[in-house]
Design a binder for this molecule. Structure first.
Ligand SMILES: [Fe+2]
Length: 273
């Protein structure tokens, strides 16, 4: 069918366990819980998720495992994210279709199907909120350091074409922050300059001015230290080409990072309801 919903979402470590969520992230968590209801109602066939914490060096990886099962202790912050079990179904067919599309586009895309591979927290944390019953198949994707923003945009376009040509209904999650020049102290907001850049990028998205968002991204990513070099955003702009209705749900800080929660619904869904 199509990408039924795109979500730009957060994965800050302090929301992994609900009992640790600080006051200034409570609203974001409540909104993520609401989105879980939206996703449940959509009854998607699969979730595709790109994570800024699955950082590959040369190749774009697609986790096409039929089952994702493991226990995560995050090497970056084992005091905060420890002993987190997950067990989600995968979608090998969809994952391999994405890999084929990438190869046909002459992109260095490789399938991963390895029961010993352990998910990163940029994948696990949002899924704990969006799919709490672990009952929707997941295909997750890396961000790739050797890939430019333009290449990542192109990869996003290829993924979008496959998803929109599929007979499956997909929710696509882009897991990463906006401004991301981290500082010690979880309560710190991004600087006012970084917030201004985040706001401008969000405004372009809200005005459906994707061309300006794409034009802004390289310099914005450098100055504001956008997470993953902005690759999750480049992939989003590539995958969500077309007519999507944007919604801005909120923005919360974490150690100087700016974390936006936004959704993108295909306009045609409304027409066919
Ligand atoms: Fe992160």
């Amino acid at each position: 069918m199509t990408i039924e919903l795109g979500i730009l979402g957060a994965h800050v470590p302090s929301i992994c366990h609900r009992e640790n969520v600080p006051d200034f992230q409570q609203k974001m968590v409540a909104q993520m819980d609401e989105l879980a209801g939206t996703i449940k109602d959509l009854k998607p066939d699969a979730i595709v998720l790109v994570s800024c914490h699955w950082i590959s060096t040369f190749h774009h990886y697609v986790d096409a495992s039929p089952v994702h099962k493991g226990v995560l202790t995050a090497f970056e912050c084992p005091d905060i994210i420890s002993d987190v079990s997950y067990h989600y179904p995968g979608d090998q067919e969809l994952g391999e279709a994405l890999v084929m599309a990438g190869k046909h586009a002459r992109l260095p895309v490789i399938a991963v199907n390895d029961p010993t591979y352990v998910w990163d927290y940029g994948t696990v944390v949002p899924l704990r909120y969006f799919v709490p019953n672990e009952d929707i198949p997941v295909v997750n994707l890396s961000i790739t350091m050797a890939a430019s923003l333009d290449e990542t945009f192109k990869w996003g376009q290829e993924i979008g074409k496959v998803l929109n040509a599929s007979d499956k209904r997909i929710v696509f999650v882009f897991s990463g922050a906006l401004a991301h020049n981290l500082v010690r102290g979880r309560h710190h907001m991004p600087t006012i300059s970084e917030q201004a850049l985040d706001k401008q990028f969000i405004d372009y998205l809200m005005n459906k001015d994707m061309e300006s968002a794409r034009e802004m991204l390289p310099q914005y990513a450098r100055v504001a230290g956008v997470e993953g070099g902005g690759r999750h955003l480049a992939m989003m702009l590539g995958a969500l080409e077309g007519d999507y209705k944007p919604s801005f749900l909120g923005y919360a800080q974490s150690s100087g990072s700016g974390n936006a929660l936004m959704t993108f619904e295909p306009e045609k869904t409304k027409e066919t309801v």
